[in-house]
Each structure stands twice: as structure tokens, then as C-alpha cells.
Write a protein that binds this ligand. Structure first.
Ligand SMILES: Cc1cc2nc3c(=O)[nH]c(=O)nc-3n(C[C@H](O)[C@H](O)[C@H](O)COP(=O)(O)OP(=O)(O)OC[C@H]3O[C@@H](n4cnc5c(N)ncnc54)[C@H](O)[C@@H]3O)c2cc1C
Length: 214
């Protein structure tokens, strides 16, 4: 149900987040955990009604960037138990592990690079030949495969469940989430604060986060 505009619509907040996908709800959850609980999140439709709803939800340790690798590793911890335990909201984590296959020497170079990033970050990651893939996953078509990265701690989640769980966690710490409320404009005031114009009223805030997706 959308919140009644007349009575309780907030006129100020420390942070206004525009967009209730995994990004907006994730920002709300993590800001709230950092003690920034005076948050209003605006969603023009329903939570997870953007790209998040369509995502496959694959989470992998196979990444070529240290920063992304650290994020993914943190996510695996959060999604595989901590978030569900905190909020009571199921996220359907399925820790199936995964392979990343190489069909050429160039792709093998990329896997070696990814391996070095993963090892430096302490991930459970190994470079294996096709025979090991066949052993672990007999249904793979390995024609042309010359090597693979095996990342056993990978998994997949229901992205909607994750988003709802992050929203629940944020709400539990005091964040307000207002659905069916489109942000229509954002202007900076002389004071340096921001005014977010919405379908239900205006909110003055210190920070605006645009998590409206693509
Ligand atoms: C088919 C598919 C498969 C994918 N698979 C994976 C995967 O396996 N792993 C992975 O990590 N990623 C995957 N992704 C990518 C992932 O889905 C996106 O990166 C992620 O969902 C983006 O989240 P978001 O919160 O930025 O955007 P969105 O989920 O699009 O959220 C934006 C929200 O903002 C709202 N909004 C927009 N404008 C306004 C406004 N003016 N006022 C109020 N609200 C507004 C929208 O209604 C929407 O709910 C996949 C994506 C697709 C499409």
C-alpha cells in the first residue's frame, strides 16, 4: 500500500534515495548500519520493479578487479546467511559454485589474471583442466574447452528477495520507504541542501542518491 500523502509525508531527511531497486535498498541498508538512519527512499512503482526484477542473480568470485572482488566477497557473506538471519526475509541463496571456461589462450590469460586477483584476496579459487570440470559437473559440454576457473563458493540468489530483505533491514533501523511516489525534480538550494520534488510533496535533504537505474 502507498503511504498516505496528507498526514505523514516527510518534509526533510538527511538522505533521500531515489529508486527502490537493489542499489537503492542496498544504499539505504548500509547507510542505516553506519548510523545514518534519517533516510527516505522513494520508489515510483514497487520495490524491485526495475532491472533488479529481471536479474539472474549470479554472484561470483571470478572478477578481474580488486574493488569489485571485495564487494562480491562481502555480498556472498551477506547473502549466504547474515541478511536472512538479521531480517527474517528469505533471500533463497543457493551456493552451487561455478566455472568460467576458456576456449583460447587469450581467455586462459584472462583466467590467470582473475586467478591472481582472487588468490590475493584469499578466495577459494583454482585453475583446472577440462577433466576436473567433467568430474565436478558431468553435464557440461566441454568441446573446445582448454581450462576453467573453479569458484566453489559462488552462488545465486533471488534478487527480489535480496532487495526486500535489504529494505526490511533499513526499515528496522528507521529508514522510511515510500512506494508509488515518483521524484519529479531535484534542485540545489542556496543553503547547499537539496530539494527533491515528488508526486506526494517536497523533501529537503543534505544528500540525494540517484539510484533510479538505467
Ligand atoms: C536479464 C538480466 C540479468 C541480469 N543478471 C545479473 C546477474 O546475474 N548478476 C548481477 O550482478 N547483475 C545482473 N543483472 C544486472 C542487475 O539486474 C542490475 O545491475 C541491477 O538490478 C541494477 O539495480 P538498480 O537498483 O541500479 O536499478 P533498478 O533495479 O532498475 O532500480 C531502479 C528503480 O528506480 C525506480 N525509479 C526510477 N526513476 C524513479 C523516479 N524518478 N522516482 C522514483 N523511483 C524511480 C524504478 O522504478 C526502479 O525500481 C541482470 C540484469 C538483467 C536485465
Amino acid at each position: 500500500m502507498s503511504e498516505p500523502a496528507q498526514k505523514s509525508f516527510p518534509t526533510s531527511a538527511r538522505v533521500v534515495i531515489v529508486g527502490g531497486g537493489v542499489m537503492g535498498c542496498g544504499v539505504a541498508y548500509h547507510l542505516a548500519h553506519e548510523g545514518w538512519t534519517d533516510i527516505v527512499l522513494l520508489e515510483k512503482a514497487e520495490l524491485t520493479s526495475g532491472s533488479t526484477w529481471h536479474a539472474a542473480g549470479q554472484i561470483t568470485h571470478s572478477t578481474s578487479s580488486f574493488a569489485l572482488g571485495k564487494c562480491v566477497d562481502y555480498n556472498i557473506g551477506l547473502y549466504s546467511g547474515a541478511l536472512e538471519a538479521e531480517t527474517g526475509q528469505s533471500v533463497t541463496w543457493y551456493g552451487c559454485g561455478s566455472f568460467r571456461l576458456a576456449y583460447s589462450e587469450d581467455e586462459m590469460d584472462w583466467l590467470r589474471h582473475t586467478l591472481s586477483v582472487g588468490r590475493t584476496l584469499g578466495f577459494n579459487i583454482e585453475l583446472v583442466g577440462p577433466e576436473r570440470v567433467a568430474e565436478l559437473h558431468p553435464f557440461y559440454n566441454l568441446e573446445g574447452v582448454i581450462g576453467a576457473l573453479n569458484t566453489p563458493d559462488d552462488g545465486h540468489v533471488d534478487p527480489s528477495g535480496i532487495t526486500q530483505a535489504l529494505a526490511t533491514g533499513a526499515r528496522q533501523l528507521g529508514a522510511r520507504i515510500i512506494r508509488r511516489c515518483r521524484a519529479t525534480d531535484i534542485k540545489q538550494l542556496d543553503s547547499g541542501e537539496w530539494k527533491v520534488f515528488t508526486e506526494q510533496g517536497d523533501i529537503t535533504c543534505e544528500h540525494v542518491v540517484n539510484a533510479g537505474g538505467t
